[in-house]
Design a protein around this ligand. Structure first.
Ligand SMILES: [Fe+2]
Length: 309
């Protein structure tokens, strides 16, 4: 007997999201009533199996963040509830989006202490790997870190970097040259974001622990990244990271270890200086490729008046 699927908020199958795409709406609301029991069951299963791994492998700031947000292990969270706990701590808020946010817009949201947040959740049949982000990755993987003041400031600095890059674009009149420079800077920023916010490790005093959200939301990789001898782990080095390609569809063979969140913050300040000084104008080619939407978002920003901070 065949069953008719009930519309819900499952990743790649949600009519609400398709409608938003059709209408060109990127910033949306979270239609909480549309989560089905199977959506809540997926959250419950993901949360239950990650909890012991977070206790073992996650940075203490993340564990404190999980407790501060009072996430419900049983049900998909309401973003307004999350924000009620989050906002008083660092000013950050989860902001629901319908899908991919072009790079400049994404970084600009961070600068405004808004985190673009996916509202769909993966199908319970594919808990292990999902190429696109979902609400478990965004809310259980990213947002607990946003409760930490030093980490929150680091995200804001990423946003500032994007504005400095757009300023630099303004100063280059030749279009081909401007395109090449912006492609390089966006690639460098994407690499730095990837190897820190998404896949960062932190060293002593707590032992080697995970603070990157891609790892914090992956049941298999959170253990692999700490325990496996197949993973190269090196001290965080900006000059290496901005030139280091990465691929997204398998466990990471190379990770970088920050000393502390202050160290991470200082590294983003250095990234910012390097953007200003033109040191990222020609980083090593390779992944990630910079798509036209990302590039255009920076180019468009460079022609608009922006508030300096
Ligand atoms: Fe992410």
């Amino acid at each position: 007997m065949s069953t008719v699927a009930v519309p819900d908020l499952t990743t790649t199958q949600a009519p609400f999201i398709e409608e938003a795409h059709h209408d060109g709406r990127l910033f949306i609301h979270q239609p909480y009533d549309q989560y089905s029991e199977r959506n809540h069951a997926a959250w419950r299963a993901l949360y239950a199996r990650m909890l012991p791994r977070w206790e073992r492998y996650a940075n203490p700031a993340f564990q404190k963040g999980i407790a501060s947000l009072c996430l419900d292990p049983e049900r998909v969270p309401r973003l307004e509830d999350v924000n009620r706990f989050l906002c008083p701590l660092t000013g950050f808020q989860a902001k629901p989006v319908s899908g991919y946010v072009p790079a400049f817009l994404f970084f600009d949201c961070l600068r405004n202490r808004e985190f673009p947040t996916t509202i769909t959740i993966r199908d319970s049949a594919s808990l292990d790997y999902l190429p696109e982000p979902d609400i478990f990755h965004d809310i259980a993987g990213h947002v607990p870190m946003h409760t930490d003041p030093a980490f929150a400031e680091t995200l804001v600095r990423f946003g500032e970097c994007a504005h400095i890059a757009a300023d630099l674009a303004d100063s280059i009149s030749d279009l081909d040259r401007r395109t090449a420079v912006m492609t390089s800077i966006v690639r460098a920023m994407a690499r730095f974001f990837w190897f820190t916010v998404e896949f960062g490790l932190m060293g002593p005093p707590h032992g080697l622990r995970v603070y990157g959200s891609g790892l914090l939301s992956s049941y298999g990789e959170i253990r692999h990244c700490i325990e496996s001898s197949a993973v190269q782990r090196h001290p965080l080095q900006l000059e290496w990271i901005v030139n280091q390609a990465f691929e997204i569809d398998h466990y990471q063979p190379l990770l970088f270890v920050a000393d502390s969140f202050d160290h991470l913050y200082d590294s983003v300040r250095q990234l910012e200086r390097w953007v200003k000084e033109g040191k990222l104008n020609n980083v090593a080619p390779g992944e990630p490729s910079v798509n036209s939407r990302d590039l255009e978002s920076f180019m468009a920003a460079s022609t608009q008046p922006r508030v300096r901070r």
